[in-house]
Structure formats: C-alpha cells, structure tokens
Ligand binder design. Structure first.
Ligand SMILES: *[C@@H]1O[C@H](CO)[C@@H](O)[C@H](O)[C@H]1NC(C)=O
Ligand SMILES: *[C@@H]1O[C@H](CO)[C@@H](O)[C@H](O)[C@H]1NC(C)=O
Ligand SMILES: *[C@@H]1O[C@H](CO)[C@@H](O)[C@H](O)[C@H]1NC(C)=O
Ligand SMILES: *[C@@H]1O[C@H](CO)[C@@H](O)[C@H](O)[C@H]1NC(C)=O
Ligand SMILES: *[C@@H]1O[C@H](CO)[C@@H](O)[C@H](O)[C@H]1NC(C)=O
Ligand SMILES: *[C@@H]1O[C@H](CO)[C@@H](O)[C@H](O)[C@H]1NC(C)=O
Length: 562
C-alpha cells in the first residue's frame, strides 16, 4: 500500500524506479449481470408471502409524525454513509490535514447536503414551520438520486484513452497512478446507483416524518408525477417505498409517468418541445467550462503526467479523471481517482460545472426561463384551484387538462425531475439570490460567487414549497396564508418576485396572494414561443441574468463583473 499522504513540492514518489507496466485489459469496460439464472416459477410455492403465512403479530399504526412543525430545530443532512469520504492527498501540509470534503465540490454530482439559509442571504431562517404558523400544503420538486454517467458525460473519455494505449503500444505507471495497472471501467449508464436508490428511500422516510400529518387531509390517493426514464421511475418508486413503507406503497398512490422524449410536452422534461434548448444555445455553458478547465487543470495535467508513460494526459482526460472520482464514489463507494487532486482543483471542478449550469441551464441562458414557466403555470393552477386551459408552453393538455392526472385538491404535490429542471424552475420563479453575484467569468472564480450547483441541483436535490397559515400580526389572531420555498433545506428569499418584494421577511414568507400575483406576472412576461423557437444567437460569457432573450443591447458578450 502507498503512503496515503503526498505533499506537493516534496513529491515523495521516486518517479523512475517504481514504473509498472499496465496490463492490456486496463481501461476496458467490465460489467456484471445479476441474477445468475432465472428462478424456476414452480419454486414460488415454497415461498408463500406474508399474508399467506399469517401470524403478523400486533399491527396498530401510530399517529402521523409532523416534525417540521413540532421540533424547534431542523435536522440536517450531512452524512453520505456508506460512501467512503475522499481524501485530499496532494497539496500543502495544511490542506492535506484539513477536514476539507471534496464531495461537497462535485456540483450536480455531489450527494445532497442541507444548505444553511445564511448561504441564500437569510441567516437564522429555518425549514421548521415558524412559531404560530400551521402548515396546510406542500409542493415538492425532487431530483432523482445518484446515477451512473449520462450520455456525453466525461468519464468514458479516460477509459478509452487508457484502453487504447493498453491494447496498442502499452503504458506504464508509477506512484499514485499505480492502481491503473488493473483498473477497469465498471460504470453503467443513466440508471440510479444503489446509493441513489438509498437517497430517495431516505428522503421518502424523512418526508413522512416531516410532513406525515398532511396525509390526513387527502380525499383520494396522492398522484406522484415523474418521467418515463428508468432512473426517474426508480426514484419515484424508491421515494414512495420510504414514504409509505414497503408493504403498502404500491396501493397508496398513483404514479403519472410523463413521456420524456424529443417533441413530447412535459414540464418535468421541458427541453423536449423547445427547439432552442437542444440547439447551439444549449452549448453555451460547455464552451465556458472548456475555457475554465484548461486554466484550473493546467498544474494537474503536468503533475499527473509524471506518473504515466504511454498516455498523453490532456485537459479533457484529466477532467474525466476528476469526474470518475465522483461517479465511482457514488456508484462503487470508493474511488482511487479522488486522491489525485488538490483542494484548489476541487473548487475548480465545482466552478466548471457552475459555468455549465449558469450558461446552459440557469440565469445566463436565454432558453432557461421558458423551460421553467410550464411548472409555474401548474403551480398557479394548484395554488388557485383553477384548471389550466391554455396550453402554450411545455404543459401537456392531455395530462395537465385532466383532473385525474392533474388534481388540484391535494395537500401534498409530489413531482420528480432532473437537475437542470430544478435550475430552470428557480430561474423562471426569479429566485435571484443564487444569481446575486452576477454573470460568471470563464477565467477565474469571482469573489462572492453565489451560483453554487452543489446548493441548487446536487444528486437528490429537493425543492419544497410550503403553504402556511400564520397570524396576521403579533397582536391579531386573524390568520393569513403565506408561501415560502426551501431548496435543499435552505430557505430562499423571495425578493425577486413582484408583490413579495414589498413584504421582506426574515423567514422567507410571502403572503400567498402576493406570491400568486408575482407568478402571474412572470407568466405574462415570458415569451415562450420566441425564446424556444426564435432565430437568435447569444454568445458566452454574456450579461443575461434572468434566463430570457433580450433583443439588443444586453447580448454584449463581454465578461461579467466580479
Ligand atoms: C401528452 O401526454 C400523453 C400521455 O402521456 C401522450 O400520449 C401525448 O403524446 C403527449 N402529447 C404531447 C404533445 O407531448
Ligand atoms: C404542446 O406544446 C405546444 C407548444 O406550446 C402546444 O402548441 C401544443 O398544443 C401542446 N400539446 C399538447 C398535447 O398539450
Ligand atoms: C373532474 O372533472 C370531471 C369532469 O369535468 C368533473 O365531473 C369532476 O367533478 C371533477 N372532479 C373534481 C374532483 O374536481
Ligand atoms: C427578478 O428579480 C430582480 C431583483 O432580484 C428584479 O430586478 C427583476 O425585475 C425581477 N424580474 C421580474 C420579471 O420580476
Ligand atoms: C416575443 O418576442 C419577439 C422578439 O423579440 C417579438 O417579436 C414578439 O412580439 C414577442 N411576443 C410577445 C407576445 O411578446
Ligand atoms: C436565422 O437567422 C440567420 C441570420 O439572420 C439567417 O442567416 C438564417 O437563415 C436564419 N435561420 C432560419 C432557420 O430562419
């Protein structure tokens, strides 16, 4: 085993003497299939289910928990058991011995952690129901859990480079890269990993503990909505299993599965009927991050090249290695790639993905608000108990126009979606606290950087709208309805929403009527048809901060401010 600590500058690896030749399978793809053989149907008779066996013992159900209202302080999500927390092995002595957790800097590939409301500009605000208030309705938007790489994600770039070298001229490695001798690519594609399933199951359990009391107000089964992708269905079902319990979950709710495919309308996969979201405008973030990657990975490319002969390490290859750390950890529980990078390089990695999100999926892309607006229309329909009648965005009239698949009387709404969609909703709803630092430069991480993807759309990110009844004032017993939003437990200030801005509130509350009026203003201001289908170009970096196209002069193409 290698010494686990490498101090930069000291370079404890005697580079030349330890070279080892990589085996020819290194970098190849390895997979496993389970189960080993189909079960014989006749065997089922030997395994009667619990209802056939009987003898269940006493089964009284207790009352519903509602810890969001009963506890004075909120529980925090901080652990990632059973994943192994990566270590930083390169860097100064202080960095190597610090408690820095690279997992927090994986942006949309980080497992979700509770965000402190102070990071959103609301210090002291808590996800707990404020004193004197009562919770009456919840709107949940839930990202799927940790997954394997999606098509186009970087990890396979590295495996390909290594395997090509292994099966032609050969390669040799030393020091921290020795593990590559017999490393294979073990990742699948697109599906939830076991840890991803755990995240959603745990969230189902925690949602029941927080909001279970609201189940008493349902008059019919809750309707969950997700999309047709395998990981999306698995996420909804895993959440339901945690929320309802495995004995009951299949008979406790309905699952509406929206088709996620080109040209289909769905607010949960809103790019599919929005041409510009799939064309060159979608690449803006990738252009910006490519530029940044060449800057922040320059040292790492040089440093790591010392330990491998026969494979040319480029920025793309080393970026793929950083991606592999994140993907292997959430799929396999541990990754040898994680130790290869410094603290600084992990912060650079987060920023690389922040650039992708800002310019491809967030405030800096002109097609973002258009993709979020269909959900805003659905939200207004739910909050006002008024069916949608105009289907002029990414809503689907078959599903949204029907009170069975789109009911308006539910105490909890359960929607499952993707990272980029949560980013789009936050932009369409003008949650401007995340954009407060302004447009992102592709040349450096600006001071006061606020657009952190790890806070917005990590694996299993969750966005929660709470409708609360609170006393109108400290002296009055009259109750008024309010709405507020939490993103990954952090309370979001609603200062960008018209009518809410007039009621600044330390707990993030906005009077419900004002919130609805604000959403209606945002719907009226959105030019979906032009933003999605218009013929226009925008450069990168740019000065867009609201996710919409603005005819001249906003598209200046110059760097944003720090
Ligand atoms: C709307 O959803 C229904 C049900 O999934 C589907 O059959 C239909 O093709 C969708 N329409 C569009 C335009 O996406
Ligand atoms: C799908 O969206 C387009 C664009 O908004 C709209 O014209 C069409 O009617 C929608 N189709 C359905 C079935 O909702
Ligand atoms: C749903 O729509 C049907 C037909 O329009 C109507 O008869 C029914 O009352 C509605 N149900 C609810 C719960 O609104
Ligand atoms: C969004 O919020 C910003 C302030 O944060 C405000 O200047 C802007 O007018 C808002 N946009 C809309 C459409 O309300
Ligand atoms: C949408 O934007 C285009 C281009 O700026 C403009 O010509 C059109 O009038 C706008 N439509 C609406 C409804 O504002
Ligand atoms: C879009 O606009 C450009 C420049 O104005 C023009 O050359 C191009 O033909 C247009 N494309 C379409 C599909 O209309």
């Amino acid at each position: 085993m290698l010494a686990r600590v490498l101090i930069l500058g000291a370079l404890p690896f005697a580079v030349a003497s330890e070279w080892q030749k990589g085996s020819s399978f290194a970098g190849s793809t390895s997979t496993a299939a389970f189960p080993p053989a189909p079960t014989n149907p006749a065997d089922a008779a030997y395994f009667p289910d619990a209802s056939q066996v009987g003898y269940a013992g006493p089964t009284p159900t207790g009352d519903e928990p509602e810890v969001i209202a009963t506890a004075p302080v909120a529980a925090q999500k901080t652990d990632t058991y059973p994943l192994t927390q990566p270590q930083v092995l390169f860097g100064t002595k202080e960095e190597v011995s610090s408690s820095f957790n690279p997992m927090r800097y994986w942006a949309n590939l980080s497992p979700w952690f509770s965000v402190d409301s102070a990071a959103n500009g609301l210090p002291g605000a808590s996800p707990q129901v404020p004193n004197g208030c009562e919770i009456t309705q919840v709107h949940m938007v839930q990202r799927h859990g940790a997954r394997y790489p999606a098509s186009g994600d970087p990890p396979s770039t590295f495996a390909t480079a290594l395997n090509e070298a292994a099966s032609s001229t050969g390669f040799s490695v030393s020091g921290p890269l020795e593990f590559l001798n017999d490393w294979t690519y073990k990742l699948g594609a697109e599906l939830l990993t076991p840890f991803g399933r755990q995240q959603l199951f745990d969230l189902g359990v925690s949602f029941r503990i927080k909001y279970g009391g609201l189940l008493k107000n349902f008059k019919s089964y809750p309707v969950f909505r997700t999309t047709s992708e395998a990981r999306m269905v698995d996420s909804a079902v895993s959440f339901a299993a945690g929320f309802f319990g495995l004995q009951d979950y299949q008979s406790s709710y309905e699952l509406s599965i929206e088709i996620e495919e080109s040209n289909f309308n769905s607010t949960l996969a809103p790019w599919n009927n929005c041409a510009n979201a799939n064309g060159p405008l979608f690449n803006l973030g990738y252009t910006a991050s490519d530029q940044w990657n060449a800057i922040y990975l320059k040292d790492a490319v040089k440093r790591l090249q010392q330990y491998i002969k026969g494979v040319e390490l480029t920025t793309d290859v080393v970026y793929a290695m950083q991606n592999l750390c994140a993907f292997e950890t959430v799929a396999l529980g541990y990754s040898d790639f994680c130790g290869l990078f410094t603290e600084e390089e992990w912060k650079g990695f987060e920023y690389s993905i922040d650039l992708i999100f800002w310019y491809s999926d967030g405030p800096g892309n002109p097609v973002t608000a258009a993709q979020g607006i269909g959900y805003v229309q659905e939200l207004v329909a739910r909050l006002t108990n008024t069916p949608i009648t105009k289907f002029d965005t990414n809503t689907n009239s078959t599903l949204d126009g029907n009170n069975v698949t789109f009911p308006l009387n539910q105490p909890i709404y359960f929607d499952f979606t993707h990272d980029t969609v949560i980013a789009a909703y936050a932009t369409a709803m003008n949650f401007t606290s995340f954009a407060a630092g302004g447009p992102l430069p592709a040349t450096h991480i600006p001071a006061g950087h606020t657009y952190l993807t790890q806070h917005i759309a990590p694996f299993a990110a969750n966005m929660i709208g709470q409708v609360l009844e609170c006393p109108e004032s400290s002296k009055s017993s009259k109750k008024v309805s309010y709405m507020r939003w939490l993103l990954n437990d952090g309370v979001v200030p609603l200062t960008g929403i018209s009518h809410c801005a007039e009621h600044p509130n330390k707990d993030g509350l906005c009077p419900l009527d004002s919130f609805i009026a604000g959403m209606q203003d945002l719907i009226a201001a959105e030019n979906w048809s032009f933003d999605c289908n218009g013929n226009y170009t925008v450069g990168v970096p740019n000065n867009i901060v609201d996710g919409k196209y603005h005819p001249q002069p906003t598209q200046s193409g110059k760097n944003g401010k720090d």
